[in-house]
Design a protein around this ligand. Structure first.
Ligand code: 4GY
Length: 251
């Protein structure tokens, strides 16, 4: 898959896309990330990419012309690519959306900056807007990195063959269970006994219980949509009872 990113700050991406799992994925040719600097596309003498907003107000607006010309170039090289603008008005980035985007052959990500982008550029050359959350960044670059990272995990081979994205938080609609590594004892804090004795059925059950407990405690909203079986519902009842006991014993 090729992810094209259009930005006036392409240098922001280098270290994030070179380190760790994304760096390895690129070296292995599983993911091709191409950065396009919007500035050289500016037709103005000083290669400006922003201008004052019509109607007044604070800050600057990214001009349509450089973006439209950059997008035309990249779109011609990647016909059929989904063209995405990163902004807080978009549909929320979720595991489901990331999984869907990972099936695409190519993506083009447009990063805005300052007060935003001239609406005509968005109308003319973006297919959809995606938001990584309800907050305002100084630019779309960090959001493009988040989207790229999140999508990359669902490209086959990007995570080692042993660690599957299906085993992680949210892929089963629940929060992750706690993890431990060596040493077995650290300043008097022990690793839970069940993880040490190699009884894999017991370990699976313990982890499920912990996932359900963490979700009930921190994100009860997720329990409304998570696929739960009879056993899970029983466990949840148990956990609720335990929690009630702890609460009532505090008084
Ligand atoms: N939230 N999700 C986001 C963002 C920066 C000014 C409009 C977000 O995706 N992008 O906050 N982007 C702003 C910067 C123009 C986009």
């Amino acid at each position: 898959m090729t992810i094209n990113i259009l930005s006036i700050f392409p240098e922001m991406f280098e270290s994030v896309f070179s380190a760790s799992i994304l760096g390895r994925a690129r070296e292995q040719g599983l993911l091709d990330i191409r950065l396009t600097d919007i500035r050289p596309y500016s037709a103005s003498k000083h290669k400006n990419t922003d201008d004052y907003p019509f109607g007044g107000g604070a800050g600057m607006v990214m001009m349509a012309q450089p973006i439209m010309d950059a997008m035309a170039d990249v779109s011609a090289a990647y016909p059929g690519a989904r063209r995405i603008y990163l902004g807080p008005r978009g549909k929320k980035l979720t595991t489901a959306l990331a999984r869907e985007l990972a099936l695409e052959k190519d993506l083009i990500l447009l990063c805005g900056h300052y007060e935003g982008v001239d609406q005509r550029a968005l109308d003319a050359c973006v297919d959809e807007e995606i938001s990584i959350g309800d907050y305002i960044l100084t630019g779309g670059e960090l959001a493009a990195m988040v989207l790229t990272d999140c999508v990359a995990r669902f490209i086959p081979g990007v995570l080692g063959s042993s660690d599957s994205p299906e085993e992680e938080s949210f892929s089963d609609g629940l929060l992750e269970y706690p993890q431990y590594t060596r040493p077995r004892e650290l300043n008097g804090m022990e690793v839970p006994e069940v993880l040490l004795n190699g009884d894999h059925a017991k370990i699976r059950a313990w982890r499920r219980y912990q996932s359900l407990k963490a979700t009930l405690l921190h994100r009860p909203d997720l329990l409304e949509t998570a696929p739960l079986d009879e056993k899970d519902l029983k466990l949840l009842d148990e956990i609720r009872k335990e929690m009630n006991q702890i609460c009532s014993s505090e008084n």
